[in-house]
Design a protein around this ligand. Sequence first.
Ligand code: MN
Length: 504
Amino acid sequence: MSQKTVDFSSLEIWFVTGSQHLYGPETLKKVQEHATTIAQALAASPGIPVKVVCKPVMTSSDSIYQLCQEASSSKGCVGLITWMHTFSPARMWIAGLRSLSKPLLHLHTQFNQELPWSTIDMDFMNLNQAAHGDREFGFIGARMRLKRKVVVGFWQDTAVHSELGSWIRAACAWHDAQQLRVARFGDNMRNVAVTDGNKVNAAIMLGYTVNGYGVGDLVKHVQQATDSQVEALTDEYDQTYTVTESLRLGGSRRQSLQDAARIELGLRSFLEDTGAHAFTDTFEDLHGLKQLPGIAVQRLMADGYGFGAEGDWKTSALVRAVKVMSHGLDGGASFMEDYTYHLKNDGQTLGAHMLEVCPSIAEGKPTVEIHPLGIGGKEDPVRLIFTAAPGKAVNASVVDMGNRFRLIVNQVSIVRPEHALPKLPVARAVWKPEPSLKVSATAWILAGGAHHTALSRALTSEHLENFAEMAGMEYLLIDCDTTVRGFKNELRWNDIYYHLEPGL
Ligand code: MN
């Protein structure tokens, strides 16, 4: 799924090989050759989503420091992959790594896959010594308490490419978060706790900024949309979706579709003007808007914008991160809410929202419909209706625990609903949470997970775990191996860990 607001074409990962002068120029030339070969192989792999730039072999603390400075200030570099083909005394790396502000991955590989049993000599041993060179490098990472990912395996293995790719996707989302602006129309839904939090902490720890705007600022953009723009957009709706009869050209409620299109045009132009790639709204503050934005929000999410309803800026930023991470992958992602249950057998969740579910997760062509909305006191909103395609998915929530952000991820299987849902006027996804609804919901509630989530059919928990580690967020996974007893212990131990962590 490609999103218009996500672009990987200018992003790069730097491949950095460490060595030292001890071995002489001939060996260093070989090291550089091998590093270039590996970097080129990674660049050509379909599992690696960005450009791979091979840097010169590092042999001194000065060049390492300079490289880390360049990486930290580079607009396109999303992270470093490091590898010690030979031995690179790690004190040389301290100054550089201290100053590095980009994510770090340590690839523990070897240029030769097989031991050349019959020909192996000391020259081979001196060149192919990552087995101990990478341990020296590993020590300095541990000693400096660096956040880092370690990937072990042969550099041609697709499993290794997939691990690298997952981490690189997380690094792209982390890179995006550092300049992300979340626009909020209105505040939080009154008195709701879990969707609120500390925006200053978010800027310090996660990078993104959250800025409030009066809904009147949006209304101005809505009013500025021209009739011809509205006509072009309603034409696009007609061509892209199955539009219900009353909303069609000449239908009794065509005006409502035009109003919805005008809201979409206004929202788009507002977000483009402010440079925001994520936003929130709330049904409690819609002054001057005819409808709660429905189809507008749904289509903006499909273009890669993050969204959270009822002022939920944390979920909006998470949806954006998930959109960036899944760029170019099949499956889609959406803002979601655990809405209601089927409590038979192992249990199922029916996820939906008042309107705002992204059509990137749809099975088949969505319909455009209009139905009354019980709350908000506005005109009936136009929305896309569909059912999510079946398959594996992850459902994730971020909450503010005061001294840290916590990311809770549940592995789920989206299923086709057992029966038709002819009266349900919103887009929906029905899923079975792992390991069962009983254990999943117990763990989720003990962890304080929100009702609002980001649901992705394209990502795995590995992407989200990588992202959480880069962001310094607590990471809790609920999957087939989860037990309530084990999960409770994890919560207790994590509370102690995050209390002590500043002193580690
Ligand atoms: Mn909600």
